[in-house]
Design a binder for this molecule. Structure first.
Ligand code: ADP
Length: 366
């Protein structure tokens, strides 16, 4: 059977229809970039996904769509790859005009002239935020299930034998009080302290695993929240002669109990890890940054070597000789709390001069 003859459009009409089709596609952002990544043209889908009008965006560099922490490197790298091999692909969080983030899958294709030289790039972006959120929700569900199993083990199975050890040590001490040699009494003391410490470590781990599980966000004035923390640790501050300055802080929707704990951990550390003979000077700052807040706790303490910048945020990691009590879980809690708010936490420091602990809180996720 002979197929009916399809409508043949002449080349010019064909091109115009293609452009119209591209322009009207809603689910994909289709953007033409010049050789330097400046935006030459884009379709309705791009305006919808990114939130800029055509007038606002034409001529701007496409790096504007990247989140601040990736903006300096990633867009340039992608263009370089596309120029070298014809195509570059990526998936990750991008940023709309209002600062909110969306999960996108992109492909950048190099456009060549008749001599095979790169004259620009075509960029196609697919907004996969809904898919990503569903995936994250599923992962979270699995993680929560694992955590509740762990919580049960930690609170019952691990604590039980420790309680028995502690009880029996106490029994020996009571029943044989008069007959114990000094050595045996010392050994029993060591067993008791170690068992107590292990019990505390398990409790700390349990608390860490439960962080944020049962709480919800509430609109909170961070100025008041920090004020309450400073009151709570008032005796530590006055005993060490610590001086604290707090810049104006925002009002945000946050997990307030957890955020209070984060500030408390950072402030106690800022006092605890001071230089001998130097009174702690601590400053809390906050700056808005494209839809999120960058907060920081600055101190003038002993500082941290760069090689430990990541390690200190892991559970039970502590550095060097430790004059003070601690379980090495405070910063791991802080990391989890920052992540609960869609943010991150990191440190910058100069050994012997002081440290700055930075963390971000995202508006759109909280
Ligand atoms: P802990 O305070 O219980 O030891 P953390 O998790 O709070 O545990 O901190 C981990 C380690 O990071 C600390 O043991 C210390 O070595 C280092 N640290 C944390 N805060 C500071 C600070 N402000 N200045 C210098 N070192 C710090």
């Amino acid at each position: 059977m002979i197929n009916p003859q399809p409508t043949i459009l002449n080349a010019e009409t064909n091109g115009a229809v293609l452009l119209r089709m591209i322009d009207e596609i809603q689910d994909y952002a289709i953007i033409l970039l010049d050789i330097n990544g400046n935006i030459q043209n884009w379709n309705a889908g791009a305006a919808r996904i990114k939130g800029y009008t055509e007038q606002e965006i034409l001529g701007k560099n496409f790096e504007l769509f990247y989140v601040p922490e990736e903006r300096a490197v990633k867009p340039r790298q992608l263009l370089k790859t596309a120029a070298a091999v014809g195509r570059a692909a990526d998936e990750g969080w991008r940023q709309r005009k209002d600062g909110s983030r969306f999960w996108s899958r992109i492909t950048i294709t190099a456009v060549h002239n008749a001599n095979g030289e790169v004259i620009g790039y075509g960029k196609v972006t697919h907004d996969l935020t809904d898919f990503k959120k569903a995936q994250q929700a599923r992962l979270l569900e699995i993680r929560n299930q694992e955590l509740s199993e762990f919580n049960y083990i930690a609170s019952h199975d691990l604590q039980e034998p420790l309680r028995t050890v502690i009880n029996y040590v106490q029994l020996i001490k009571e029943d044989y009080y008069n007959t114990l040699t000094t050595d045996v009494a010392t050994y029993l003391g060591v067993i008791e302290n170690s068992a107590e410490r292990m019990s505390k470590l398990i409790q700390a781990l349990l608390q860490y695993s439960q962080l944020g599980q049962k709480s919800t966000t509430v609109v909170t004035d961070l100025n008041l929240l920090v004020k309450a923390v400073l009151e709570d640790i008032g005796s530590l501050l006055s005993a060490t002669g610590a001086q604290i300055s707090v810049e104006p802080l925002p009002v945000l929707k946050v997990y307030s109990v957890e955020l209070r704990q984060l500030f408390q951990n950072l402030l106690v550390n800022a006092v605890k890890f001071n230089r001998p003979g130097v009174a702690p000077q601590i400053k809390i700052t906050a700056v808005p940054l494209n839809g999120h807040w960058l907060l920081a706790v600055h101190d003038n303490g002993i500082g941290i070597e760069q090689k430990h910048y990541t390690r200190i945020f892991h559970v039970f990691q502590r550095l060097g000789p430790q004059p003070q009590q601690g379980y090495g879980i405070g910063l791991a809690n802080c990391k989890k709390i920052a992540e609960l708010h869609g943010g991150q936490i990191w440190v910058e420091s100069e050994p012997g001069a002081g440290s700055v602990f930075y963390f971000t809180l995202f508006n759109e996720l909280i």
